[in-house]
Design a protein. Structure first.
Length: 426
């Protein structure tokens, strides 16, 4: 298992580029199931979840070409024949977002068999709202031996009011509704930029979707979709992680190729903490200057503070003067990083859904364990300011969603390497 070795203390200086959004790329790749034509996606990040989705699509009969390094990380997907519309447990267990293929599979083939995702480190991750929505569209769903089987002659448009806001639930049902008979009206939808990204691709494929990015989405079903070319949005969570890296190390970092319009709640909070930001059209420069001061956050659905930035923000809060209260509203168990941050000298206590961070502590290097994707990012950030050399174990969690992280951070002055490499060598 790969490890990161990080020597803290260097301010990050220069320009760092943001990759395409993993959480947009995953539903967009699943959308290719809806047509037999070629779908070309640009700006696909080179991360492990994308490789997993490639394996998933290929296992169903799709032809997938991931063109990394060539023009724009261009990926071509062609689902001319879907010989095996099954998402097998071996693949689903490593990536819960695999349930995103449920909607498009049933829409295209009238049948889908998808392994039920289990729980994960940050909570139960049920998919009951996906199931309820597909049933409302006329699918018959049965569950046995850990698999969920959905069947229908043709899905029908439906009026669905989500009990709870769900990002992949909104995306999954959107993909089911685009080729359903008649119109659908979805209310209480997720408003995340990733939903807008998916809807833009689907519309380019011939779908008729209105309202993506608001809580009400209207879809007019069409008989067939065709191929399209689409560029994936920049990753707002990777951008946010880099902004905190710049702030926590007291650096001067230009986070480039991002979309600051998607970062509103984080940028506001960083400014409240005393971080100096120059916000451009496609970049944000973060500069040290003022002392960091504590500020509370509460995670919420977009446009609120993202749960995917909570762990990284907590790392920053350990370095701010005063006490910050971090409240996690989206997932029930998303404080796995707290124990490890405390082992590095942080002073954080958890009670229920809130963590109290007593800031201004000096962090020390330690051997720590990554438990999930964003928790790993928090540990990297803490290690970048800790005294001495930290060793982060299980960085495969990190590789699920951050493209060439160590290379990108080294490019702006961080001392980070994978175990086995030599510092400074690219
Ligand atoms: C997506 C993101 C993930 C992010 C999360 C919240 C992807 C691939 N992943 O995950 O990075 O942390 O949004 O912004 O885009 N829920 C139910 N029933 C359901 C579905 C969800 O109760 O059928 C609950 C979940 O347990 C959770 C809440 O709804 O408490 C939000 O989850 P959801 O938005 O669905 O998260 P994901 O789409 O899985």
């Amino acid at each position: 298992m790969d490890k990161f070795v990080i020597r803290g203390g260097n301010p990050l200086l220069g320009t760092i580029k943001v990759s395409g959004a993993k959480n947009s790329a995953l539903p967009c790749m699943a959308a290719a199931i809806l047509t037999e034509d070629e779908v070309i996606l640009e700006n696909i990040p080179q991360v492990r979840d994308i490789e997993t989705e490639r394996r998933l699509l290929e296992s169903m009969g799709a032809e997938v070409e991931l063109g990394y390094g060539r023009a724009q990380h261009r990926t071509s997907i062609k689902c001319a024949v879907l010989s095996d519309p099954v998402a097998k447990y071996e693949i689903v267990k490593t990536m819960r977002a695999s349930s995103l293929v449920l909607g498009p599979l049933i829409a295209r083939t009238g049948m889908a068999r998808v392994a039920m995702p289990g729980g994960c480190a940050i909570g139960g991750r049920p998919i009951d709202l996906h199931i309820k929505g597909l049933e409302a569209m006329g699918a018959t769903i049965t569950q046995e031996h850990g698999y969920l089987e959905a069947r229908t002659n043709r899905l029908k448009g439906a009026h669905i009011v989500f009990d709870k806001i769900t990002v992949t639930g909104t995306e999954d049902l959107l993909m089911a509704a685009v080729m359903a008979e008649g119109e659908s009206l979805f209310e209480n939808c997720a408003r995340e930029p990733e939903v807008i990204d998916l809807a833009a691709l689907l519309n380019a494929m011939g779908a008729q979707i209105k309202g993506a990015g608001t809580s009400t989405i209207r879809i007019k079903g069409v008989a067939k979709l065709h191929g399209a070319r689409h560029r994936i949005n920049p990753d707002r969570i990777e951008a946010g992680t880099f902004l905190i890296a710049g702030a926590i190390t007291g650096g001067d970092l230009n986070v480039d190729c991002c979309n600051p319009a998607h970062l509103g709640s984080l940028l506001g909070k960083l400014e409240q903490c005393g971080v100096k930001l120059d916000i451009g059209k496609e970049n944000v420069r973060v500069r040290s200057g003022n002392k960091l001061v504590a500020a509370d956050i509460t995670t919420e659905e977009y446009p609120g503070f993202p749960t995917d930035m909570q762990a990284q923000y907590m790392a920053l809060a350990t370095q701010a003067e005063g006490t910050s209260v971090v409240t996690e509203n989206i997932f029930e168990n998303r404080f796995m990083h707290v124990g490890e941050l405390n082992r590095m000298g942080a002073n954080i206590t958890v009670q229920g859904r809130s963590a109290t961070v007593r800031g201004g502590t000096k962090l020390q290097s330690a051997a720590v364990m990554c438990s999930d994707l964003r928790a790993s990012a928090a540990l990297v950030l803490a290690a970048l300011v800790a005294d001495g050399e930290s060793i982060l174990d299980r960085v495969y969690h990190m590789d699920r969603g951050y493209e060439r992280l160590e290379e990108k951070l080294r490019g702006v002055g961080a001392q980070i390497r994978r175990m086995g490499e030599v510092f400074g060598k690219k």
